[in-house]
Write a protein that binds this ligand. Structure first.
Ligand SMILES: Cc1cc2nc3c(=O)[nH]c(=O)nc-3n(C[C@H](O)[C@H](O)[C@H](O)COP(=O)(O)O)c2cc1C
Length: 381
């Protein structure tokens, strides 16, 4: 019998994903001077050889001095999508993944106001829509030393700074396509730069880059998408968004499906082809009164394929078990049923793939998955 998880999916720009299983972006911190090491081709190659249809890389710095630094959660040795050496390394990674028959997008990342000013490889001010770091009661996730420096109020981003960052995303997307990537994934989630424009807590602007509605606060993200679209023709663009923020796991951007539509419709109009709804548990209902999860709502609202992620094949979610191992959960069938019903189109797997490089072929062959071992969080081979 055919398995809907292994049906191909055309995602635009002539790109067809060989199946519905996606490697969710996972930062690694293994790229001194911003250049991915040779072992990175093996790391991604093994997941492709293990049958994953689409690999979304670890977050990669866009070509902007304030993209990456101390953001309270590592931030050392993050790879870059600019510079001859880094681009040559990415080209080798792409070739290796293509050789195994998989599709690969880089996740373009700017940490925004979570980064401490002047930290990281390059100096510079971290752009914040309204100069505000986040909520008054920060998540216990952050160390006191980080908070002491990060939470001081700064000047809101100027028009020039906003234009520079948008241009940086577009330039870096063009660099990625020149390396052979099949499309672009944009990090618009978790309280980083794009998300700070979406979030009412960090965006108090009343000019064209903010306002009381999500439709107004969506503009910066939409302009980033539009600028990338101008550079990459019709190649697919995937956009990650989330309710939760690193500052506050319980935060919510949208309280209703209508509010979610106000955010996602401008992004879809700007050129997003695939939505990646980052949640802690992939099947949790997003709003009262409906069993649909966040990805299912994104797909229903926009008509674009959406990816659900969070705890697929695992008992514990990332945020509740940060840095800890997790037992296997027998819930892959539930994800398969969501794809079969047309509620969602793609299933994202994060930690499960750190322990099981062959996650996809195990699922295809009906073989058991190995429990997630937190030691794999650091070694990541
Ligand atoms: C080690 C690690 C690094 C991560 N880095 C990123 C990242 O760079 N960008 C991102 O959007 N999400 C990142 N995430 C979140 C994952 O993409 C994923 O959404 C999350 O782990 C939930 O999926 P899981 O329960 O299958 O692990 C990371 C998660 C882990 C475990």
């Amino acid at each position: 019998m055919s398995d809907p998880l292994f049906d191909p999916l055309a995602v635009g720009g002539g790109v067809t994903l060989p199946n519905r299983l996606v490697m969710s972006p996972m930062t690694r911190g293994f790229s001194p001077d911003g250049v991915p090491p040779e072992t990175a081709a093996d790391y991604y190659g093994r997941r492709a050889e293990g049958g994953i249809g689409l690999i979304v890389t670890e977050g990669v710095a866009v070509e902007h001095p304030a993209a990456i630094g101390n953001s309270g959660s590592g931030g050392e040795d993050i790879p870059e999508m600019f510079g001859e050496a880094a681009l040559a390394a990415w080209h080798g990674i792409v070739e290796r993944v293509h050789g195994a028959g998989s599709i690969i997008f880089p996740q373009l990342w700017h940490q925004g106001g979570l980064r401490i000013d002047d930290s990281g490889r390059y100096k510079g001010r971290s752009p914040r829509p309204s100069g505000i770091w986040g909520p008054e009661t920060p998540s216990p996730f952050f160390a006191a030393e980080y908070l002491a420096l990060a939470t001081a109020e700064t000047e809101p981003a100027s028009e020039e700074e906003i234009a520079d960052v948008i241009a940086a995303f577009a330039r870096s997307a063009a660099n990625a396509m020149a390396c052979g990537f099949d499309g672009i994934a944009i990090h618009g989630a978790h309280g980083y730069l794009l998300d700070t424009f979406f979030w009412h807590v960090t965006n108090r602007r009343d000019d064209g880059w903010g306002g009381p509605t999500l439709a107004e606060r969506a503009r910066f993200g939409a302009e980033v998408v539009r600028a990338i679209r101008r550079e990459i023709g019709d190649a697919p663009i995937m956009f990650r968004f989330s309710q939760w923020k690193l500052h506050d796991y319980g935060a919510r951007l949208a309280e209703t499906p209508e509010a979610l539509a106000a955010l996602l419709e401008p992004l879809a109009d700007a050129g997003v082809d695939i939505f990646d709804a980052s949640t802690r548990k992939f099947a949790t209902p997003a709003f009262d009164g409906s069993p649909l999860g966040l990805a299912a709502w994104a797909q229903k609202i926009t008509g674009k394929p959406a990816m659900a992620v969070g705890g697929v094949g695992l008992a514990d979610d990332l945020q509740s078990s940060l840095g800890q191992s997790s037992a296997v959960a027998d819930n892959v069938g539930q994800a398969r049923a969501m794809v079969a019903s047309g509620e969602i189109s793609l299933v994202g797997v994060g930690r499960g793939l750190l322990t099981n490089a062959d996650w996809a072929s195990r699922v295809r062959g009906g073989e058991p998955l190995r429990a997630y071992d937190a030691a794999d969080y650091r070694t990541r081979v």
